[in-house]
Write a protein that binds this ligand. Structure first.
Ligand SMILES: *Cc1c(COP(=O)(O)O)cnc(C)c1O
Length: 345
């Protein structure tokens, strides 16, 4: 079975498990876990920031990045399909009293002018002010699209003038960097906070890191404890993250290439359901609308043929390539996904 539901389905390899078993650990709530400290420092450095904070999940790093920068009752602006608004149980609102407004991007790409046009500067006591603009790069439910570096530069320059912070949900920022050749450091320098997942394409079993200024991370550290995310000898988990950065960062271009290959195979059979030119990274959305196929039925058919996909709504499915999908798997998956379209149309 080729499992393309998500890049979170990878399992730690024996080498990674060995690194975990041998990790030097301490009580991280006391700041005494050397492996966590090393991971936080390394990710902060990679993304051009002063400090990092290791958390159990990307939902928590996003939550803390936003909660540390948005006062209660203020707002975060984000894309209408943003993970922070669609897939994190409303945490920013439920836990931190943060409100939100969204812009609508047709194709998952980021338009700085569109986001900036929504910034609200409160004039009366009743108006909600914008504290943070959140950009997801790459954009998961936007089809894995990458935010253009020029748009990010414009956003960075203009938000400095406006006194608004930029948070990047960079769960897959390393896939974006692999696709564009823009360095992680360059992406990081254009944001006030960045959340990076170790448990997606990098293949670690657990963990995400939030980076920002020393001051921001100190505040986020307090909030992490408040939300119950203070862990003890979690260097065992951080060791998997360090191992992943060392061994799995450089290979992300392969996942992007595998996704492109699958998209091309499908488009050859039906160009209406996917446009390979819009596949920037390791995510492909198949729009079944033009075929009249029901997404559940299509997913059942591909699964019977050996490929698992994620049903996103009635007429679209998502596939995500990852560490455990070889080039040969990608070839076979493309064939099966294309054939299942033709056979069930
Ligand atoms: C996976 C993901 C996250 C974090 O998810 P967790 O399951 O909480 O680790 C955040 N943002 C995006 C875009 C993601 O894809």
């Amino acid at each position: 079975m080729i499992d393309l539901r998500s890049d979170t389905v990878t399992r730690p390899t024996p080498d990674m498990r060995r690194a975990m078993a041998e990790a030097e650990v301490g009580d991280d709530v006391y700041g005494e876990d050397p492996t966590i400290n090393a991971l936080e420092e390394q990710v902060a450095g990679l993304l051009s920031h002063e400090a990092g904070l290791f958390c159990p999940s990307g939902s928590m790093t996003n939550m803390l990045g936003i909660a540390a920068q948005v006062p209660r009752g203020w707002e975060v602006l984000a894309d209408h399909r943003a993970h922070i608004l669609r897939a994190e149980c409303g945490g920013h609102a439920a836990l931190a009293g943060v409100t939100s407004r969204t812009w609508v991007s047709a194709d998952g790409t980021f338009d700085a002018a569109q986001a900036l046009s929504m910034v609200s500067r409160p004039r009366g006591y009743n108006q909600v002010g914008t504290a943070v603009i959140s950009v997801e790069n790459s954009h998961n439910f936007g089809g894995g699209r990458v935010a253009d570096i020029e748009q990010l530069r414009t956003l960075h320059a203009r938000t400095r003038e406006l006194g608004v912070a930029v948070h990047v949900d960079g769960a897959r920022i390393a896939n974006a960097a692999a696709a564009t050749g823009v360095g992680l450091g360059e992406y990081g320098a254009l944001a006030d906070s960045v959340s990076l997942c170790l448990s997606k394409g990098l293949g670690a079993p657990v963990g995400s890191v939030l980076v920002g200024s020393a001051e921001l991370i100190a505040e986020a550290r307090v909030l992490r404890k408040r939300y119950g995310g203070g862990m003890r000898q979690a260097g065992i988990l951080a060791a998997a993250g360090l191992w992943a950065l060392e061994h799995n960062l450089e290979r992300l271009a392969e996942d992007n290439a595998a996704a492109a290959r699958i998209a091309r195979a499908i488009a050859e059979v039906d160009p209406a359901v996917v446009d390979p030119d819009t596949v920037d990274t390791n995510i492909v959305f198949i729009d079944l609308g033009p075929t009249g196929l029901d997404a559940q039925a299509y997913a059942a058919a591909t699964e019977a043929a050996g490929v698992r996909v994620s049903v996103m709504d009635e007429d679209s499915v998502r596939i995500v390539t990852h560490l455990d999908v070889s080039a040969e798997d990608a070839r076979r998956a493309g064939e099966i996904l294309a054939r299942s379209l033709a056979e069930n149309a």
